[in-house]
Ligand binder design. Structure first.
Ligand code: DHB
Ligand code: FE
Length: 279
């Protein structure tokens, strides 16, 4: 069986990737952002998972506006970092796990969650920045990665409730896998931010803190946060946070919060990060 030991939530701000790739992590602006991930990198080394199930969103990179799947599962053997306009990030190719990903597709689709199967997919900062934050600069990613790409760029995105229940189906899929593997699930995106129009620059630390508290302590209530509430309280791009509920649904009802980091600013948003261990 593949066993999920923990969940990681993390922002995926693209400028964090640029700061790492251009050697700026020690600058006064960035130092406090990265300081909050030092303990996480040590934790990650200790966990040393075989597989990361990484829930993220594409930002019109792999998918143009022509085709936008709600949930797309990466079943390929590898995923190339995408060119996001400045060339692909200089990070290792992401190695997948086609056998396990196909098993998850089989289990989850027969559980009536209609995933899109991706046999080829490029991955953008939504996926590579959280990996960089948790592993630092590496020659090869130490774990195989199964990406789950969620639509949060065009309405209607899935609800938090749908994401939470999908996480439960994903957990069931891992638990029925034939090989013994250790799995950590990442939920990425957020925190509150709005990149456009009149409310551009919006950051709401009270909402973000409540979101993180509910995620740990009362995920059933947190999964019920509505689209309108995300939009009103966390800005138009805050809806990315529904993806953290796939991660939460894949964990036990009771979890131990072993690390939290929250810092403003990082580009146009707050950086939010949490580590939850199954108890
Ligand atoms: C920013 C944050 C994001 O999550 C993103 O996908 C793009 C930009 C930002 O803060 O600039
Ligand atoms: Fe984003």
């Amino acid at each position: 069986m593949a066993r999920i030991t923990a969940g990681v939530g993390s922002s995926h701000v693209p400028a964090i990737g640029v700061a790492m790739d251009t050697g700026k992590t020690g600058e006064p602006y960035w130092q406090p952002v990265f300081a909050g991930y030092e303990a996480s990198r040590a934790w990650m080394k200790e966990q040393d998972p075989d597989v990361i199930f990484l829930v993220y969103n594409d930002h019109c990179t792999a998918f143009s506006a022509e085709v936008i799947p709600t949930f797309a599962l990466g079943c390929a053997a590898e995923f190339e970092p995408a060119d996001e306009g400045w060339g692909p990030r200089p990070v290792p190719v992401v190695k997948g796990h086609p056998k396990l990903a196909s098993h998850i597709a089989q289990s989850v689709i027969l559980d009536e969650f209609d995933l899109t199967i991706m046999n080829q997919m490029e991955v953008d900062h939504g996926l590579t920045v959280p990996l960089s934050l948790m592993y630092g600069e590496v020659d090869a990613w130490p774990a195989q990665v199964i990406p789950l790409c969620v639509n949060v760029v065009q309405y209607p995105p899935p609800t938090g409730n749908r994401c939470y229940n999908l996480g439960k189906a994903v957990r069931k899929a891992f638990e029925s896998y034939e090989d013994d593997l250790k799995v950590v699930v990442f939920g990425t995106g957020g925190m509150s931010h709005q990149l456009q129009a009149q409310r551009a620059g919006l950051i709401n630390p009270e909402f973000d803190t409540r979101f993180l508290d509910l995620l740990t302590e009362d995920p059933v209530a947190g999964s019920q946060i509505s689209h309108v509430e995300y939009l009103r309280e966390s800005g138009s791009e805050g809806i990315e946070m529904v993806m953290w509920y796939v991660m939460r649904g894949a964990l036990n009802d009771n979890v131990r919060e072993v690390h939290r980091h929250y810092h403003i600013p990082a580009s146009n948003t707050a950086v939010g990060h949490i580590i939850l261990e199954n108890v």
